[in-house]
Design a protein around this ligand. Structure first.
Ligand SMILES: Cc1nn(C)c(C)c1/N=N/c1ccc(/C=C/C(=O)NO)cc1
Ligand SMILES: [Zn+2]
Length: 370
């Protein structure tokens, strides 16, 4: 099992400033300077755990490159690209669109490297140089819409990679699973009318963007039925996620018969994340990955590529991320997660009736996948 792995120090230099979590520091409002929730630390620590655990020796190292204008414009509008370029040319940088997604001077180059990194990882999988791959990239991408950067995202990294391998390798049917705790609104919007790209988002109900990712968001025109949303209630843990996977994700992918499976892999559904209220631990991320590997083996010669998104607990995200990469690489003696008994031992993480009633609403939609 050859697993590609992509990381670059420049991803740690994407500068989101001292936004004190989300808002610019302002003493008049009592907001003290601190680092933005989306900062280098958590992703750099995940990379370092991949190295220190020795799992890095089981991986095939891939190198990022900058996405070209053509590759970015396959998804984004010229106005969006121009806005990012203009901000990047400013002495203090700019913002990707929503005022919550700052970047430093020259920041577009790191954004291009993130998008290009996912293109390289996906291309390596499609060309068979590796069986599967993980792109530990930053800034994230799944909230970025064609004409607007949102939710810390500059470019829609995963969507850009999907369109790139369609163009260069004729990949037709692409299934995208977004298990980041926030709705994959950007990816969904890019492929809203496209029956050849199945987008499935498992997320906490209306956490971000507000009022986005509801069950009735199903696609439009030819794309109707090829967007699936499972807005899980706050507090959902292992039971709810595995039930949503087994009752919605797996049958949807089986009906769709993809040539490639992509994952918007955020870890902010972890039980100790500051930006959500779910209860996942590393074992569930490992199990979700194993399920995807089995589906990919059955339908698309194992072709599976993952694009890093959110996840904001610098202590716990590394263990969740390592579990995914160990599963991709077929590691049989995984590193013990010392926090599993604590975070996984809390009450109520088994499947709950109010979670089942959400999943029940989505199951009938599978009939519209052909
Ligand atoms: C501020 C603010 N103001 N208002 C009204 C709202 C709704 C605000 N939330 N902003 C947020 C909250 C969470 C994220 C997470 C992104 C992520 O991890 N994606 O994967 C992004 C922006
Ligand atoms: Zn997120």
């Amino acid at each position: 099992m050859a697993t590609g792995y992509l990381y670059h120090e420049l991803f740690g230099w994407h500068d989101t400033g001292t936004n004190a979590g989300l808002f610019p520091a302002d003493h008049r409002m009592g907001i003290q300077p601190f680092q933005h929730f989306e900062n280098a630390e958590t992703k750099r620590r995940m990379h370092e755990l991949v190295v220190v655990s020795g799992v890095i020796d089981r991986l095939t190292r891939l190198e990022p490159r900058k996405a070209t204008d053509e590759e970015i414009l396959a998804v984004h509008t010229p106005e969006h690209l121009a806005r990012i370029q203009a901000g990047s040319d400013q002495p203090k940088g700019g913002d990707s669109g929503d005022g919550l997604s700052p970047f430093g001077p020259g920041g577009i180059e790191i954004g291009r490297l993130a998008a290009g990194g996912m293109i390289e990882a996906t291309t390596a999988v499609v060309e068979g140089r590796v069986d599967n791959a993980y792109a530990l990239i930053r800034p994230p991408g799944h909230h970025a819409e064609p004409d607007l950067g949102r939710g810390f995202c500059m470019f829609a990294n995963l969507a850009i990679a999907a369109q790139a391998v369609r163009r260069t390798h004729g990949v037709e049917r692409i299934a995208v699973l977004d298990w980041d705790v926030h709705h994959g609104n950007g990816t969904q919007k890019v492929f809203w009318n496209d029956p050849h790209t199945l987008t499935i988002s498992l997320h906490q109900d209306r956490v971000f963007p507000p009022d986005s990712g509801l069950v009735d968001e199903r696609g439009e025109g030819a794309g109707f039925g090829y967007a699936l949303n499972v807005p899980l209630p706050p507090g959902t843990g292992r039971g709810g996620y595995l039930s949503a996977f087994d009752r919605v994700v797996a049958p949807a992918i089986e009906r769709f018969r993809p040539d490639l499976i992509l994952v918007a892999s955020g870890f902010d559904a972890n039980a100790a994340d500051p930006l959500s209220r779910q209860g996942l631990t590393s074992s569930t991320y490992r199990d979700l990955t194993q399920r995807l590997l089995d589906l990919a083996a059955t339908h698309c010669d194992g072709r599976l590529a993952m694009s890093h998104e959110g996840g904001y607990n610098p202590v716990y995200v590394p263990f969740c991320g390592l579990a995914v990469i160990e599963a991709l690489a077929g590691v049989t003696e995984p590193l013990t997660d010392p926090y599993e008994p604590i975070f996984g031992g809390m009450a109520g993480l088994e499947l709950q009736p109010h979670q089942t009633s959400v999943i029940d609403q989505v199951v009938p939609f599978l009939d519209d996948i052909h």
